[in-house]
Write a protein that binds this ligand. Structure first.
Ligand code: MV4
Length: 473
């Protein structure tokens, strides 16, 4: 008898659909949940069973007592949290286990450890991973904080100890600015995370953001699935992710793999996870944080490794041994993921909502589309603006970029603005094509991009005119 026969998915949108697909391929029953504004969600139709959670539409995916009770009543033996929502909530993981439900993810103690950014650094340093110079304790006295910053040298960065997503983060270039920056970081941290603790570390100017995908079973088998380059971000939201990194020395790559797998083995980590690093211009490696969930950008790693990360995550939770050794993982080619967001690049990326009036999905060889969109679907205003992910892959970097250009040009979503025109600019940019980018890329390039690609715009307008002319008189 299998240990996991029925899974409740405590998430929505494209990731809920992604998990349902994995369940179907593993012959596992899937149970969806949905809020009152999500009854049109494609995952609601595709799951074997779906349950409406009434009331607050955000709480529907956060109230874990309700979710666990639905899981129990519907006979689920496990819950997959996806990303966001409850995925990195140690109390939820614990509550699942206490109710006899398998939490598909790491142990609660690891979620809690890596939720604390300072404790993460201390733990990783103790198992041989290089970290940035900084404070191991929260700063309580801002005068002492300023003195510490002066000692390690400016610029420094103040970070929320229990934060993420750039909230509660301040870069300080001069000692005289430290105290006011400390106050605003502390206040913002309190507002967003309910905890005010902040710490200091040395600021790396113009880094690349590289992360390592780990899969580990309950028996100490730890395998890495290579790296992703997530340098192309805007306001701490990743926009494009690439595997492998197109500009990384073989030496740094080998070192990243070695320290990451060794650390996870020593810390007894299980499930999937991602270790984030910053690399400076000399390819010097610094650990910054660890994500204890499956990430949005996992498909690029699936593309280059051939490993189905969600399926393996389910098997690990069921107590299966990893099906592969490190030596059996063979990386092939490149993959790029473009996050498709309902937002208006012309209006400072303001989130947009609306009904999809026209929908033509790209396809063909090397194209994967993970989305919950369909023609006629109305995007609700209550959640994240990411409505899908386009993933392209090919055997070499140039071919992958060419494919990306082609696939993005095929993609038509009408009814509300999206960031597709931004992606169309990026894949035509010489620095992107040459793999020359750091985390500053979009700050530098956005002003140069005339965000709507005029050629694409003309084509779309022509097409819409020909469709709607039938109704004009
Ligand atoms: C940093 C850093 C430079 N030095 N830490 C951490 C969380 C992630 N969302 C961004 N993080 C960074 N941490 C040190 N010590 C640079 C970033 C960073 C960043 C910082 C400010 C503005 C934009 C940024 C984009 C990517 C990464």
């Amino acid at each position: 008898m299998k240990k996991i026969n029925k899974i409740l998915i405590s998430n929505r949108g494209e990731i809920a659909l992604r998990i349902i697909r994995a369940c179907k391929e593993l012959a596992i029953q899937s149970v969806a949940i949905y809020s009152e504004v999500d009854n049109e969600g494609v995952w609601v139709l595709k799951a074997d069973e779906s349950h409406l959670i009434k009331g607050d539409v955000l709480q529907a995916y956060l109230n874990y007592e309700t979710i666990i009770s639905i899981a129990k009543k519907s006979g689920c033996d496990a819950i997959h949290p996806g990303y966001g929502f409850l995925s990195e909530n140690a109390d939820f993981a614990k509550a699942c286990e206490e109710n006899g439900i398998i939490f598909i993810g790491p142990k609660a103690e690891h979620i809690a450890l890596f939720g604390d950014k300072m404790a993460s650094k201390v733990a990783m340093r103790s198992v041989g991973v290089p970290v940035l110079e900084g404070t191991d304790e929260p700063i309580v006295d801002k005068k002492a904080g300023a003195a510490f910053a002066a000692r390690i040298g400016f610029p420094v960065i103040i970070k929320a100890a229990f934060g993420g997503g750039g909230r509660g983060m301040r870069i300080v270039h001069k000692e005289k600015d430290f105290e006011s920056m400390f106050d605003s970081a502390t206040a913002e941290s309190m507002k967003f995370f309910g905890r005010s603790e902040v710490f200091i570390e040395k600021y790396v100017v113009n880094p690349r953001h590289i992360e390592i995908q780990i899969v580990a079973d309950k028996y100490g088998n730890v395998v890495h699935l290579g790296e992703r380059d997530c340098s192309i971000q805007r306001r701490h939201q990743k926009v494009i992710e690439i595997a492998p990194s197109p500009r990384l020395s073989e030496e740094a790559r080998r070192e990243l793999y070695r320290i990451s797998t060794k650390a996870m083995f020593k810390l007894g980590y299980e499930s999937v996870g991602t270790i984030e690093f910053l690399l400076d211009e000399n390819d010097t490696i610094y650990f910054i944080e660890m994500n204890t969930r499956v990430q949005v950008e996992h498909p690029v790693t699936e593309s280059i490794s051939g490993i189905d990360i969600i399926q393996r995550m389910i098997e690990i939770a069921a107590g299966d041994r990893l099906r592969f050794l490190q030596e059996e993982i063979k990386f092939r080619g490149y993959a790029i993921e473009f996050r498709i967001n309902a937002e208006n690049p012309e209006k400072n990326f303001m989130p947009t909502v609306g009904t999809v009036t026209e929908y033509i999905a790209p396809g063909g060889p090397g194209v994967r589309l993970d989305t919950s969109l369909y023609a006629g679907y109305t995007v609700p205003a209550n959640y994240d603006s990411m409505i899908g992910k386009l993933i392209v892959s090919a055997l070499d970097w140039e071919g992958t970029v060419n494919k990306a250009r082609r696939a993005l040009d095929e993609f038509i979503i009408e009814g509300f603005p999206t960031n597709i025109p931004l992606h169309q600019h990026i894949v035509r940019d010489e620095d992107f094509i040459n793999g020359k980018f750091t985390t500053n890329y979009l700050d530098e390039k956005l002003p140069q991009f005339n965000v709507v690609n005029p050629e694409t715009q003309k084509k779309i307008e022509g097409k819409l005119k020909s469709i709607f002319s039938r109704f004009l008189f």
